[in-house]
Design a protein around this ligand. Structure first.
Ligand SMILES: [Zn+2]
Ligand SMILES: [Zn+2]
Length: 380
């Protein structure tokens, strides 16, 4: 399919500039949702928004198969130039721009002749809860193929290179609370110092042994105990733990070990230790056929020399919850090499904008390629 770049380029540049200048954090993407809705409100498509959630779904065409494309729409909250603010340092502004570009191109082409293209603008990826909420709403119940994309840092993928899949690891943040009693600095025999329990927890985490052939890590990333009175032995503390694992099974095993440490220390010191999952992101579940379609589209649109093998990364993406919760969905994510420095989530993250139109081309191609192949399968 030929894309009219003379028409589309200025529109996409405006869309990106607007989204980049108006970041909103997870579950607060109200303006972002309204902005996208307005872009498509008079077009030949069906828009679905939600009373109780940000984000939106746009369908083009009708009937089976349903082939979906997902963009994450939230930004991060971080310090930029000395001021805390929302910031699109994970490139979700670029992902939205690409998906909007694909949608505009599909509409210009008159949509799929038989079947549905579904565009999913999903909130709260950074919290790891947006995809799960959308699964609950049933937005992928009838989806056969699901595609996504993510910009990659320069050290993973050079500028202009594309990979047909991203093998994300699982990621989890656990928040912990130690609840004991404070004691006078002169009477250390009357409580257990929460800082001591914290250091024992820290040591125990470092002694967790897992299969060395699978990558994983667990770290205590914050610990708070004690206040302004330095003559009190603190009985309470709060802390956080960041866990990474290459597979979902490994993550489950590690979570069990961490929970076991908390229970053991609680009973040893006669205190309460509560653990809660703050963020939980699944490892990739990828489909060979979807990856092969993506591979062919990369070769078709940018050439074989720009195609790289599947990327493995310790980063996570809640995209994979769609396939974990609905295993019949065939899915993959396009990895975009775009000279991205100094890194994802860095407050000054920069990338090469020219890879946005390139990504649009590849994804438009993969949608029609998937549709055609699935229609051939149906008729034979
Ligand atoms: Zn991110
Ligand atoms: Zn991201």
């Amino acid at each position: 399919m030929e894309i009219n770049w003379e028409r589309l380029n200025p529109i996409l540049k405006n869309v990106f500039d607007h989204l980049h200048a108006n970041p909103e954090i997870s579950w607060e993407e109200k303006q972002t949702t309204a902005f996208i809705k307005k872009l498509f409100k008079d077009k030949n498509c069906r828009i679905r928004t939600f009373e109780d959630s940000t984000g939106l779904i746009i369908d083009v065409g009708s009937g089976k198969p349903v082939i979906a494309l997902r963009a994450d729409i939230d930004a991060l909250w971080q310090e930029v130039d000395g001021k805390f603010q929302a910031n699109h340092s994970c490139g979700h502004d670029a992902h939205m721009t690409v998906v909007i570009g694909v949608l505009l191109s599909v509409l210009e082409a008159g949509g799929p002749n038989n079947g549905t293209f579904r565009f999913i603008f999903q909130p709260a990826e950074e919290k790891g809860t947006g995809a799960l909420a959308f699964v609950e709403k049933g937005v992928v119940n009838d989806v056969e193929y699901l595609y996504g994309l993510h910009l990659r840092p320069k050290e993973e993928l050079e500028n202009g290179q594309f990979a047909p899949a991203i093998e994300h690891g699982a990621a989890k943040i656990m928040m912990g609370n130690i609840k004991g009693e404070d004691a006078h600095g002169a009477r250390p025999h009357l409580n257990v110092n929460a800082i001591q329990i914290g250091t024992e927890f820290f040591q125990a985490l470092n002694s967790i042994q897992m299969d060395p052939m699978l990558s994983q890590s667990v770290k205590m990333t914050s610990f708070h105990a004690g206040g302004k009175s330095f003559n009190i032995i603190p009985g309470n503390a709060s802390f956080s733990i960041d866990v990474r694992a290459q597979t979902n099974e490994l993550m489950e095993e590690m979570t069990e070990k961490i929970t076991h440490i908390a229970d053991s220390l609680a009973s040893l010191h006669d205190v309460d230790i509560a653990l809660e999952e703050e963020t939980n992101i699944a490892a990739a579940v990828l489909d060979k056929e979807a990856i092969s379609f993506m591979q062919q589209s990369i070769i078709e649109c940018v050439g074989e020399e720009k195609l790289t093998p599947v990327i493995s990364t310790t980063g996570g993406d809640d995209f994979h919850f769609y396939t974990i919760k609905r295993p019949s969905i065939k899915s993959t994510m396009l990895a975009v090499g775009c000279d991205l420095v100094p890194g994802l989530h860095h407050p000054d993250m920069k990338f090469n904008y020219a890879m946005i139109p390139k990504s649009v081309e590849i994804i438009v191609d993969v949608l029609f390629r998937t549709l055609e192949s699935s229609q051939i399968k149906r008729s034979s």
